[in-house]
Design a protein around this ligand. Sequence first.
Ligand code: NAP
Ligand code: NAG
Ligand code: NAG
Length: 378
Amino acid sequence: MGIASIVFGRIVPVLVLLVAIFLGWFATVPMAPGIFFAIMGPAFEKKLPPVLFGHGKMKGTPPVPDDMMPEPRPANEMFQILPSGDKMPSSGIGMCCRGTAYDDVLVRRSVLWYLLLGGRHIDGAHVYLNHKAIGLGIKDAIERGVPREEIFFTTKIFPNFYGYNSTLETVPKWLDETGLEYIDMVLMHAPDLPLARSECKKAGISNKQCRQDTWKALSELKEKGIMRNIGVSNFLPEQMKELQDLNLEPIANNQFQWNAFVPGEQQTIFDYCVENNISITGYYSLGGSLQKAQASTVETLQLLAEKYEVSVSKLMLRWSIQRGTAVIPGTGNPKHMKENLQVYELEISSEDIQAINELRDSEIASKFMYIDPKNWGE
Ligand SMILES: NC(=O)c1ccc[n+]([C@@H]2O[C@H](COP(=O)([O-])OP(=O)(O)OC[C@H]3O[C@@H](n4cnc5c(N)ncnc54)[C@H](OP(=O)(O)O)[C@@H]3O)[C@@H](O)[C@H]2O)c1
Ligand SMILES: *[C@@H]1O[C@H](CO)[C@@H](O)[C@H](O)[C@H]1NC(C)=O
Ligand SMILES: *[C@@H]1O[C@H](CO)[C@@H](O)[C@H](O)[C@H]1NC(C)=O
């Protein structure tokens, strides 16, 4: 390991973490978590964080050729049908976590690449700090002939911004940030976070009441046409129930960690969504950007990938889709985007789906990061 990799891979992230906790920074500046992720994402890959050193210097996503025009959408494309009737493509792209998600120049290019390659579902969030760059990528693609109404753009409100007033104030600003006339879906990013400092916390409002107040504001914004669908992320069944009890807008989607390694208890969240017509989007479908490489060493997956003559990545994405979720693999690499859009071509047999299901109970599963949703707020 070279000096640079020790400094950026180990020392810098640890220092940043300590400083953040030490200053209670998370608790005071609303977008501090976003800045924190924008430093850590690149730092884990030994890249200089653009949020500190400037955008447009990172390598990763090549420029899109000037003469590239939109390619057809994928054959056999699959969708999640939402309560509004909107169709959300099952294979999307995620816009966080990997280093390239934090360089605005590369984000703009990634979005243009993805849309020109036939993809139509983009997963963002306020806390990823890249609304503007995503919006520019969408604008570039529209100029080259991709119809806006085919694009499905999701973003998320972070717990620091929860609360009735705060939600009404925050979400409409995203139209300006993205340059869009409407947003396809807005999710509540997590039930709560231990250090979140929302309007509710300041006013002594309980977490449950705060989630309900936020939902009320989102429902009103949806009525006004700011967004077309509203949903949640990392929510447990009882937390979804709290919102359903309000009898406002239906929950269109729950986005949570879903891959072959998550513990069986995630299945109860999954089942609740299916029973309640809440569409599911899985994240970390490939094991997450930090453990993607480890996923491709799992023997069961390797053997099945050989059998179907596909990569382990494609196998994992297809497994999720056949289990009934949408996927949003994060990538800044056009070759990977193309492969991830070809997931509709593969069909895994039910015995092999079962073999992958069983990984959850094997020892290997415990070697993968799992963020227990019970820790995201009570
Ligand atoms: N709601 C939440 O709380 C939450 C939490 C975490 C993430 N998310 C969302 O979920 C998305 C996915 O999560 P993630 O990006 O962390 O993890 P992931 O999708 O499991 O893995 C992403 C990693 O896989 C690589 N990759 C992608 N396609 C590939 C392919 N075909 N072949 C080989 N490698 C491939 C990417 O690298 P390359 O760039 O080199 O392709 C990247 O490092 C995020 O981007 C975000 O939108 C949501
Ligand atoms: C929301 O705004 C109203 C009107 O300005 C105000 O009376 C109320 O205290 C605010 N609520 C919170 C929780 O800050
Ligand atoms: C789910 O949707 C189906 C078909 O549209 C409907 O019959 C059923 O009542 C719905 N279930 C719930 C819990 O909303």
